[in-house]
Ligand binder design. Structure first.
Ligand code: HNI
Length: 147
């Protein structure tokens, strides 16, 4: 059972209340596909991912960025049991999508950079600490059903 301090809960809720899911989801996924090009292998059905311009203007990438943010919001709404909340999602990424779980951290890093850019000075070290802990629990929950 993950323990969250009042500060951590408030900081994480505040981040999600401030960011635009469409902007952040698309920017984080695009960044991941550009910075770590091997992640493109999982998105063969998304069409043109040949360069940064293609990726950042690809509507399927933008749409999936929103899907990822909706997935994170489920974790946000179930902070005390993200593991159970993510059980099916973990099975999906493991068995059907066969996503190498190391990639979860890469997307998480890209998300952190995008959120930091959006929040600026409000993304203090203490706030980042809460956000990284949230992402660490999300990643651990997504890895849980991998065998
Ligand atoms: Ni992920 C589908 C959430 C990381 C590749 N992913 C989803 C769906 C959600 C989701 C929600 C939709 C499930 C459904 O249709 O029921 N993915 C998340 C979250 C993270 C994450 C919260 C981590 C923060 N996914 C990753 C990573 C990769 C990835 C790191 C590959 C590099 N995900 C996929 C692919 C799909 C997917 C591929 C299917 C997309 C499609 O529509 O074909």
């Amino acid at each position: 059972m993950v323990k969250w301090s009042d500060f951590e809960r408030a900081a994480i809720q505040d981040i999600f209340s401030k960011i635009n899911y469409d902007v952040v989801g698309s920017a984080a996924l695009s960044r991941c596909l550009i910075v770590y090009p091997w992640t493109q292998r999982y998105f063969g059905s998304f069409g043109n991912l040949y360069n940064a311009a293609a990726i950042t203007s690809n509507p399927k990438v933008a749409a999936h960025g929103k899907v990822i943010m909706a997935g994170l919001e489920k974790a946000l709404k179930n902070m005390d049991d993200i593991k159970t909340t993510y059980k099916d999602l973990s099975v999906l990424h493991s068995e059907k999508l066969q996503v190498d779980p190391d990639n979860f951290n890469l997307l998480g890093d890209c998300l952190t950079i995008v959120v930091a850019g959006q929040l600026g000075a409000a993304f203090t070290p203490e706030v980042q600490g809460a956000f990284q802990k949230f992402l660490a629990v999300v990643v651990a929950s997504l890895r849980k059903q991998y065998h």
